[in-house]
Ligand binder design. Structure first.
Ligand code: R5P
Length: 325
């Protein structure tokens, strides 16, 4: 008879969807572990199939997926993988979704709208997820959409280290590109000992991805402005903000954001002149054709690996962030 595992002994299982395999490999390497080989494919009619090539019975399983375009495919794939783990008797299943899908649809702005971020949480739950791990949720209250533990990680320590290395805090002003980011920008301002400015952004609710008017609250003239945001999608928010800052006399504008969605025309806009440099993390894959000379991409795998390790060991995740919540 083969060796019987000591009672209570846990087994870490890492599996990955197909959206961002490099991130999953990096996480596994950080953990000194390996990904469980997985047969994931898409049939001719678009249906997805996934099967793990080894037993996952009794394991503490982490399903890593990066919700880049085509986002619905990758979401469905992750749900299918969670379902497969549940039916293969994994003991605990954690969805690792560094960029939470549909996070921006977190409330009803107008009548007859969905709250899709809640629907996503329900889907994860229905598939069999016991917990969720994500980085820089668009709105912290998304944690409450899932009826279970949500490990909300912050990329700030990663981005902050880079900013501190490259920029002189004495000349910096931290800028929130809209009202939704003020709390996070305020923490940045504390950490850097730099003043805070806020941009009042307006969107036309009837035109997606268009940003209209900007008013700046705070002194930015003659300052190096650090715009901090959770995500850059088309780039319009951040570029309009940068242009407004330059028009108000900012010396230069640098951008730090967690999630590089980089939908068209972000790559062009980010190089249009108002912005000196951009730093992001690799929560989402950034192909070569979306990289440009003033872009720095920092690895998020060490942070995710540290959190996975903590969850696996039943250790504190909160203590990783020194109050940056
Ligand atoms: C807005 O609330 C978000 O934090 C981002 O600023 C926004 O969604 C980015 O979108 P885009 O780059 O398309 O303006």
């Amino acid at each position: 008879m083969s060796e019987i595992k000591a009672k209570g002994e846990k087994r870490l299982v890492l599996v990955s969807g197909r959206a961002h395999p490099q991130l999953a490999l990096d996480i596994a390497e950080e953990l000194g572990s390996e990904l469980v080989p997985t047969d994931a494919r898409t049939f001719a009619n678009g249906e997805i199939y996934a099967r793990f090539d080894e037993s996952v019975r009794g394991s503490d399983a982490f399903v890593i997926q990066s919700h880049t375009a085509p986002i619905n495919e990758w979401l469905m794939e992750q749900l299918i993988m969670v379902d497969a783990l549940k039916r293969a008797s994994a003991k605990r299943i954690t969805v690792v979704a560094p960029f939470y899908p549909y996070a921006r649809q977190d409330k009803k702005g107008r009548g007859r709208e969905p709250i899709s971020a809640r629907l996503v949480a329900d889907l994860f739950q229905a598939a069999g997820a016991d917990r969720i791990m994500s980085v820089d949720l668009h709105a912290a209250q998304i944690q409450g959409f899932f009826d279970g533990p949500v490990d909300h990680l912050f990329a700030m320590p990663v981005l902050l280290e880079h900013v501190k290395e490259k920029l002189d805090s004495a000349t910096l002003t931290v800028v929130s590109p809209d009202m939704g980011r003020v709390r996070v920008a305020d923490i940045w301002s504390d950490k850097l000992g730099a003043p805070l400015a806020i941009i009042h952004k307006r969107r036309d609710p009837l035109v997606p991805n268009q940003v209209s008017v900007h008013e700046i609250v705070g002194a930015v003239e003659g300052r190096v402005c650090l715009l901090v945001d959770d995500l850059i999608d088309t780039g319009r928010t951040i570029v309009k903000a940068a242009e407004a800052l330059k028009a108000a006399g900012a010396l230069s504008v640098v951008v730090a954001a967690t999630h590089a969605v980089f939908s068209y025309p972000a790559v062009e806009l980010l190089q249009s002149g108002a912005i000196s440099s951009v730093v992001v993390t690799d929560t989402l894959p950034i192909p070569e054709d979306k990289r440009f000379p003033s872009l720095t991409v920092l690895p998020i795998a060490p942070l995710l690996a540290q959190a996975i390790h903590a969850v696996f060991e039943d250790a504190s995740v909160t203590s990783m962030f020194d109050g940056a919540a």
